[in-house]
Write a protein that binds this ligand. Structure first.
Ligand SMILES: [Zn+2]
Length: 385
């Protein structure tokens, strides 16, 4: 097993992916990019399946699935997304390498096209390992992560159940630290419906929806604590100064490290909405628009992380971990009971900004870590038999 990975060739593959525009809504670009990825993985004799949206007939791709050795005893899932947060009109559409060739900037370089290159490199190492026939793998590239994984969620969950271990190739934190535990997260919409009227004539019988909405927002707990964070994302209501507002709404995101605390929070919002409605006559509703379960530490996941630590030690790489309020598709995988390390992607900084930058050498080092983890786990299983 002497496969060496080429950084030059990895950068070329990354450049090709980054220069293919893949905003979550750019289905043409996403299809082109998935095709590039599919061709790349055909080198490994993988079976490719393009999963399309079943909610319409618009030829919308939801995921590309590439599988090999599906009958093997140990099966690994490699998951990441191809869509980016940058829309088609964005001026951020170039791939620039810095002077000393250590960093590159471009849309999706770390979130998450670098991760796709790292998956390819990991499999390259795996396929040339002597134990490769004992390992089955599926690469699952989804297309809607940046808009909540609404359609890919069930596909990710299904694949998680079919596999023994998983990697998600989201980038580590800007500090280089990997994430262990993640919170549960929910997008929630507060809506208030009052009764419109003239600001001067109807002030007695009209009901201002904005006041009902504010009353509900005022019942929220402190917005941040060590165990939760609440973000008021958007707020709107009313039409003009001299009209009593008929409707108002606020969309927010709440993240709690413990699932049940998020559920309690939602329940409290609903109870407060009912109380305010009874008092004011303003109709208040609390709609849970998405719910992502938390990713707590388990004995199985701790074992997997210990294999990663072994791989890091062998490669002379220092690893540090942190918990984060960030969520990703790793939450869905963990919820199926499949141990998952979900920050195996490219290192860098500035994700979701026009300064998104990758440390290019991580295209190689992260692949070595992922492969090393698979190898140590395999060896551990052989010893145990
Ligand atoms: Zn992202």
């Amino acid at each position: 097993m002497n496969t060496t990975l080429s950084l030059t060739e990895s950068i070329l593959f990354l450049k090709k992916l980054v220069l293919t525009q893949t905003s979550s809504y750019n289905y043409t670009g996403i299809n082109v990019c998935l095709d590039i990825i599919k061709k790349e993985f055909m080198l490994f004799d993988a079976k490719a399946t393009l999963i399309k949206s079943d909610s319409n007939n618009n030829n919308i791709p939801i995921a590309l699935k590439l599988t090999k050795n599906a009958e093997a005893d140990t099966k690994w899932l490699f998951n990441i997304h191809v869509d980016t947060v940058f829309d088609q009109q964005s001026s951020f559409n170039d791939f620039t390498i810095n002077e000393d060739h250590t960093q590159a900037t471009g849309p999706g370089v770390i979130d998450a096209k670098g991760g796709i290159v790292i998956i390819r490199n990991t499999i390259k190492l795996l396929e040339s390992a002597p134990f490769s026939k004992d390992i089955g793998w599926t690469v699952l590239i989804t297309t809607d992560e940046e808009i909540g994984s609404l359609e890919s969620k069930s596909i990710i969950e299904r694949e998680a159940r079919r596999h023994d271990y998983a990697f998600v190739f989201e980038p580590p934190l800007d500090s280089g630290n990997l994430i262990k535990e993640r919170p549960s997260s929910s997008n929630i919409l507060f809506t208030a419906i009052g009764k419109a009227g003239h600001a001067g004539r109807d002030y007695k019988e009209a009901k201002n929806a904005i006041t009902g909405l504010i009353a509900l927002i005022n019942t929220l707990p402190p917005l941040t604590s060590p165990t939760h964070t609440i973000n008021l994302g958007t707020i709107q209501g009313g039409t003009r100064e001299n009209i009593i507002a008929e409707s108002a709404s606020c969309s927010l995101n709440a993240r709690f490290m413990i699932d049940s605390e998020l559920k309690d929070f939602i329940k409290q919002c609903e109870e407060q909405a009912t109380l305010i409605q009874e008092k004011t006559g303003i109709i208040l509703s609390v709609d849970v628009q998405s719910f992502r379960p938390s990713k707590p530490s388990t004995p199985k996941s701790s074992h997997l992380y210990s294999m990663l630590d072994k791989a890091a030690k062998e490669a002379n790489i220092t690893l540090s971990y942190e918990n984060s309020f960030g969520v990703c598709d790793g939450n869905f995988i963990a919820h199926q009971g499949t141990p998952v390390i979900d920050t195996m992607g490219a290192k860098g900084f500035g994700m979701h900004t026009k300064n998104e930058t990758i440390y290019l050498d991580s295209l190689i080092t992260q692949s070595q870590l992922a492969f090393g983890t698979i190898k140590h786990l395999y060896e551990h299983q052989q010893h145990a038999q």
